[in-house]
Design a protein around this ligand. Sequence first.
Ligand code: JFZ
Length: 447
Amino acid sequence: MELQYGADRLGKRYDADMQKFRENRLGAFIHWGLYAIPGGEWDGKIYNGAAEWLKAWAKVSVKDWLQLIKQWNPQKFDAKKWAKMAKDMGVRYVKITTKHHEGFCLWPSKFTEYTVANSPYKKDILGELVKAYNEAGIDVHFYFSVMDWSHPDWRSNIKTKEDEAAFQRFLTFTDNQLKELATRYPTVKDFWFDGTWDESIKKNGWWTAHVERMLKELLPGVTINSRLRADDYGKRHFDSNGHLMGDYESAYERRLPDPVKDLRVTKWDWEACMTIPENQWGYHKDWSLSYVKNPVEVLERIVHAVSMGGNMVVNFGPQADGDFRNEEKELAKVIGKWMQKNGECIYACDYAGWEKQDWGYYTRKKNCVYMIVFNRPYSQQLAIKVPKETQITKATLLNGEKLEVIETARNEYNVGVPKQDFHEPFVIRLEIKSSKETANKYHEALT
Ligand code: JFZ
C-alpha cells in the first residue's frame, strides 16, 4: 500500500558508514543518569525492577525526582579511564544515554534546566565522553529517549485539543534537542531511539519520519534504529507493508532473534542489547536480587548474535560517583582478553549459512568460516555439515596450528578437537572453497 511515512529504503544499506556499523559487531551500552544516585532504593525500600525506572516503581513525583540533580557530582568520573576500559574490552562502539526517560541530560542542553550544567558537577559529561572514546578509536552512538517524564508537554496519548497543542510543543522541544546533539557532537555515528511506544508517537508517524530525515541531513551517513519510527497507521519498526523502517532492527532487548522466524536469513541488519544481571540497565546497588551472567555466558550471547549476522551491545551501569562496580570491570577484562586472542571471528564477520551444530557457532568472513567451540564433545570430533559444492581445504587454530580434517560423508567432515584444554571457548579457522568438482567427485564414487 502507498505510505507517506513508511520505510524510506528497501533492503540493507551498503554505504561505508553502515558497513562500519556492521563490521563493529561488539558494542557497549552506558546507562548513566540521576537513577544511579538512589541505585534502586527509595525511602528505605529496595525495588528489584530496572533501576533506571525507580521513579515509576516508587511513584516519585517529577519535582521530587529532579531534586536529585543537586546530588549529581561524580567526582570519580574520568572519561579517559572509561575509554580505556572500553578499548581493553574490545568494543568498537559505545552507546551513551544522552537523556533517559527521567529527562536529565548528560549535556548542557539550552532547552531544559534539567542538565549537568545545573548540577554541582557542571561540566559537559557527554562532550568529555565523545572526545575520549573517539580519541581511543571507538565510535560513539547516542541513546535518546523521546518519552521525557520531566517535560510538562509530554503526553502518552492525545485525547484533547489541549493534549494536541502540548504534544506539538513537545515535538518541537525534542527537535531542538536532537539538532543540538547533532551539531554539538558531529562525530556521533548513530541515534538509538527509545521511549516511542506510546499512542502519542504512533499518532505522529510524520514526526518520526521527519526526525530520521532531519538527522540524516545534519549528519550524512548517520545510522538510526528502527525503534524511532511509526508509519501512517502507527505501525512501528516494520511498516504496514512489512518493510523495516530505520537502518537496523533494535527490538532485541535482552533477547536474541529466532534464526528462522525473525530473520528469514538476515534480510535486514539488526543489533541486540543485553544486561549482565537479568534486567538492570542503570546502576542498582543490589545485584543479588537476580541472576548475574558470568563472562562466558555474556561471551556466548555476543558470539551467538554475530553467528546470526547481528551486533551485540553489552550494558554497563556506572555508579553515581563515576566509577564502575567491580563485577563490570572484571567482566570487561575477561571479555577483552578473549577478544584480543579471538576477535578475528567476531569483527567484520557475518552469518555463515551452515547448519548449526551442538559444539557451538559458525561465523564467516570471505573464504574463512570460523568455528567457535563452547561445548567440547566427548567424541573428540567436531562434526560439520557443509553446503553443497563446498570444500574445507584447511583447518587451523588461530595461531596457525593445523588440525586434522576427515571427510566422513558427502558434504560432511569431522575436525579433531585440539589436544590442549583452553579452559575457555576456542576458535578454529576453516579455509573453504566452493568447487564444482567436489560434486562430480561424489557422483563418480557412487556409481
Ligand atoms: C527500554 C528502556 O525502558 C529501558 O530502561 C532501557 O533503557 C532499555 C535499553 O530500553 O526498555 C525496553 C525497550 C524495548 C523493549 C523492551 C524494553 N523491547 O523492544 O522489547
